[in-house]
Design a protein around this ligand. Structure first.
Ligand code: UTP
Length: 294
C-alpha cells in the first residue's frame, strides 16, 4: 500500500540515551523525567504526539528508565489516597496521564545511537508511516509540530523532517538538510549532513527532532554503518532514504527549546512558568530580584 494511504497512528520516542549533559541529575533518574515546571519532559512530548492524533507511543528505553513507564501507568495507591483525602482533582490528573495513549516499550540494550534506537521499533511499527519525536526538543506551537508534519506527509505521500533555520555558527550542532526549495517552507531533500562545519553545511536548515517517516527507513537503517561517535546515526539512514524515496523538509511553525542542554532547559522552564497564571507574577518578581542582585 502506498505511504500516503496509511494514517500515521504510531510515534516512536527514543529515550534510551545516557543523558550525560545532565549529570549528575541523570545518575539515577532518567533525563526524560526531569520536569519543566511540574510536568516531566517526556509528558510534554507524549502530549504533543497525542494532540497530533497519535494512538500508540513506542518508547525506546534502557536500563534504569522504569520511572518513565510508571509515569504513564496508574498509581492505584496514590490515586486512592488522594480520593480519600478529597483531592479528586489531583487523582484525576494522575489518572489522565495513564489514559493518554497506549504505551509500548522496547529496550535498546546498548546505546548504539539514535538510528539504532529507531530501528528497535521496527517490529512494532510494521509497514506503516510513523512519527519520531525526540525528548530533548520541546516545540511550543499552536498546531503541534508533529501534526504539521503529518499534514505534509498526507498531502505529499512522502517522509518529512521538521526543520528550523539556525545561525551559521550553530549548524555544527545539528543534522543539516540540503536540496531544492519547493516553496518558502518546504524543501525536497537531496542530502543530509550530521553536524557539518559551517563551510560544509548545505543550508542553515537544522533538524531538531521531529520526523514523519516511511517504514522504508528501517531497511535504510539496517544498511547504515556506524558513523560519527561509532553510533548508527538516523541522519545517515535518512540520507539513504532520500536516495530511494521522496524526502521533504518542512520549516515548522513554533518555538523550539533544546531541553537536553542546561541553558535551553532553563529557557523552557522560564517560558512555561510565565504562561501559568498561578505562577507568572511570582516568577516575574523573582527574576527582577535576581537580576537586581547581580
Ligand atoms: P542525545 O545524544 O541528544 O541524548 O540523543 P542523550 O544520549 O540522552 O544525552 P547526552 O547527549 O548524553 O546528554 C538524542 C535522543 O536519542 C536518544 C536519546 O535518549 C535522546 O532522546 N538515544 C540516543 C537513544 O534512544 N539511544 C541511543 O543510543 C542514543
Amino acid at each position: 500500500m502506498a505511504l500516503a494511504t496509511k494514517r500515521v497512528r504510531k510515534a516512536v520516542i527514543p529515550a534510551a540515551g545516557l543523558g550525560t549533559r545532565f549529570l549528575p541529575a541523570t545518575k539515577a533518574i532518567p533525563k526524560e523525567m526531569i520536569p519543566i515546571v511540574d510536568i516531566p519532559m517526556i509528558q510534554h512530548i507524549v502530549e504533543e504526539a497525542v494532540r497530533a492524533g497519535i494512538e500508540d507511543v513506542i518508547l525506546i528505553t534502557a536500563r534504569n528508565k522504569e520511572a518513565i513507564e510508571n509515569h504513564f501507568d496508574y498509581n492505584y495507591e496514590l490515586e486512592d489516597t488522594l480520593d480519600k483525602k478529597q483531592k479528586k482533582e489531583l487523582a484525576d490528573v494522575s489518572r489522565a496521564i495513564a489514559g493518554m495513549c497506549n504505551l509500548i516499550s522496547i529496550r535498546q540494550k546498548n546505546p548504539m545511537g539514535l538510528g539504532h534506537a529507531v530501528l528497535c521499533a521496527a517490529p512494532v511499527v510494521g509497514d506503516e508511516p510513523f512519527a519520531v519525536l525526540l525528548g530533548d526538543d520541546l516545540i511550543d506551537s499552536r498546531v503541534p509540530c508533529t501534526r504539521q508534519l503529518i499534514e505534509i506527509q498526507e498531502r505529499e505521500g512522502a517522509s518529512v523532517v521538521g526543520v528550523m533555520e539556525v545561525p551559521a555558527d550553530e549548524v555544527s550542532k545539528y543534522g543539516i538538510v540540503g536540496g531544492r526549495m519547493l516553496d518558502s517552507r518546504t524543501m525536497h531533500v537531496e542530502r543530509l549532513v550530521e553536524k557539518p562545519a559551517a563551510k560544509d553545511a548545505p543550508s542553515r536548515f537544522a533538524i531538531p527532532g521531529r520526523y514523519v517517516l516511511s517504514p522504508a527507513i528501517f531497511q535504510c537503517l539496517r544498511e547504515t554503518r556506524p558513523g560519527k561517535g561509532g553510533e548508527i546515526q538516523l541522519t545517515d539512514g535518512l540520507q539513504l532514504l532520500a536516495q530511494r524515496e521522496k524526502l521533504l523538509a518542512y520549516q515548522f511553525d513554533g518555538t523550539r527549546y533544546d531541553t537536553g542542554d542546561r541553558l535551553g532547559f532553563i529557557d523552557a522552564t522560564l517560558a512555561f512558568a510565565l504562561r501559568r497564571p498561578e505562577l507568572a507574577e511570582g516568577v516575574r518578581q523573582m527574576m527582577k530580584k535576581h537580576l537586581a542582585e547581580r
